[in-house]
Design a protein around this ligand. Structure first.
Ligand SMILES: NC(=O)c1ccc[n+]([C@@H]2O[C@H](COP(=O)([O-])OP(=O)(O)OC[C@H]3O[C@@H](n4cnc5c(N)ncnc54)[C@H](O)[C@@H]3O)[C@@H](O)[C@H]2O)c1
Length: 428
């Protein structure tokens, strides 16, 4: 059944994909956001960030009238479903920031009404759904499960792939009682082709954080293994490739110097906020966040290097989001160390000047964008024979199993390519 849906935070990375999916299913969606310029951009049919396939779908739902973007909260009063997906950062003490969410609920107070389904979708620290429930009940005098319905239903898509993943992934639904779960299940069933899994709200809050932290800890062990391999002058990619070959019990991602971003960075602090034994998550944090320092030390060991370029400033390949990207941490370290540092990122208009690469004596691949896939082109852009390349990802296949701890010189590549060309000619 088509419903009127208000999405609060609709111009954001997660809110926009969800708004478009719900509108595409035939619901009338009011996309609410406090950011006036983002609302204007989306209303004009432009997606303000990289989101696969979103522009076409956005045009469709704007032109058929199923999505209306607005800054006006009063549309909540006309909505059957209210979804909250605003950002939930941590503060300078690494504690969750909850006040903006509570202020939002106070602003929405006059617009909440009987029969509404309220869906909290932001990633939150455990216990937040309970605070939301008591706040709404105190503000409105309405009771969850009797007068209105409330669930915590987290977003688990990978950033940039909302439109592909929202319909496909199972949905965790944390509900206080069956009535709220059933209302949410019916609504999600209109655009999610997978199951809704019923949990309590705190179980769903923990589940979302555990999904992200499981990835974060796995990345950390891959990074730790790569640092150990380096101590022995061993090539970690050769080890990983050999260990995982036709062996199902070795499932690690590639080590990477930029394991961060708006979710992985903060979600661990949500998860460990109240527990006395947070060692594993904190250790993972220390390992992942220290990768820029390892790179800095590697560069420091080469006194001939003065000019460094960082390849990729976003936290993730194929994405234009720079939030919590470790590229900037590396940049600061190098600048403080007296290096001449530049950055290049093909997805960021402020950082896509190829001149920045020219003459660099060291190039650090922080984000393996597809635009860097051709190592020969990157070397042409840099045009410096003495350049030392650092690729901890093992991204460039030519050097993946030949690099020394992820590092190689321009002339090492030329030697490999030359040998290959010679082999090709001999075969011909
Ligand atoms: N980015 C991801 O891939 C991802 C994935 C899963 C979950 N999450 C979670 O989803 C939530 C949103 O993340 P995001 O990356 O989309 O953040 P974002 O900053 O891109 O988007 C949040 C949006 O909310 C708007 N907003 C803030 N306060 C508001 C208010 N009072 N009223 C109306 N609009 C308001 C902002 O203007 C912004 O457009 C966070 O809790 C995040 O942890 C993010």
């Amino acid at each position: 059944m088509e419903q009127t849906v208000a999405v609060v935070g609709a111009a954001g990375h997660v809110g926009l994909g969800l708004s478009v999916c719900a509108a595409d299913a035939g619901h009338h969606v009011f996309g609410i956001d406090i950011d006036e310029s983002a609302v204007a951009t989306v209303s004009a049919g432009k997606v303000p960030f990289v989101e696969d396939g979103a522009e076409e779908a956005l045009h469709r739902v704007l032109s058929n009238g199923c999505l209306t973007m607005t800054t006006d909260n009063s549309v909540v009063a006309r909505s059957d479903v209210v979804i909250v997906i605003m950002g939930t950062p941590i503060d300078e003490n690494l504690n969750p920031v909850i006040l903006p969410l509570l202020r939002l609920l106070a602003t929405l107070k006059p617009h909440f009404r009987k029969g509404q389904l309220i869906i909290l979708r932001s990633t939150v620290s455990p216990g937040t759904a309970e605070t939301v429930r008591t706040t709404i009940e105190n503000l409105t005098g309405l009771e969850v499960g009797r007068d209105l319905y409330l669930v915590f239903a987290p977003e688990r898509v990978v950033q940039g792939k909302s439109l592909q993943e929202i319909p496909r992934l199972p949905q965790l639904v944390g509900a206080y009682e069956d009535a709220s779960f059933l209302r949410a299940e019916e609504f999600f069933g209109t655009f999610i082709r997978n199951k809704c899994l019923q949990l309590t709200p705190v179980e769903a809050e923990l589940g979302k954080l555990m999904c992200n932290m499981a990835r974060y800890v796995t990345f950390a062990i891959a990074n730790e293994f790569s640092l150990i391999a380096k101590e022995y002058d061993a090539n970690v990619h050769r080890i990983f490739d050999a260990c995982s070959f036709e062996y199902p019990r070795f499932n690690l991602p590639a080590p990477g110097p930029n394991v961060a971003g708006p979710c992985l960075f903060k979600d661990g602090f949500f998860l460990i906020e109240r527990v006395p034994f947070p060692e594993l998550v904190l250790t993972a944090f220390k390992i992942n966040e220290s990768m820029p320092m390892h790179i800095f030390k590697m560069i420091k060991s080469k006194p001939e290097i003065h000019k460094v370029v960082i390849l990729g400033l976003t936290f993730k390949a194929g994405n234009d989001d720079t939030r919590y990207s470790l590229s900037f941490k590396l940049k600061k370290l190098l600048e403080a160390g007296g290096y001449e540092v530049s950055g290049f990122d093909p997805l960021l208009p402020d950082w896509n000047d190829r001149q920045a690469l020219r003459g660099s004596e060291c190039a650090v691949l922080m984000t393996p964008h597809a635009q860097f896939a051709d190592l020969g082109s990157v070397m042409d852009w840099i045009a410096e024979e003495r350049c030392w390349y650092i690729d901890l990802w093992g991204f460039w296949p030519e050097m993946r199993s030949r690099s020394q701890g992820g590092c190689f010189y321009a002339h090492d590549v030329e030697a490999v390519m030359g040998a290959r060309e010679a082999r090709g000619k001999a075969a011909a």
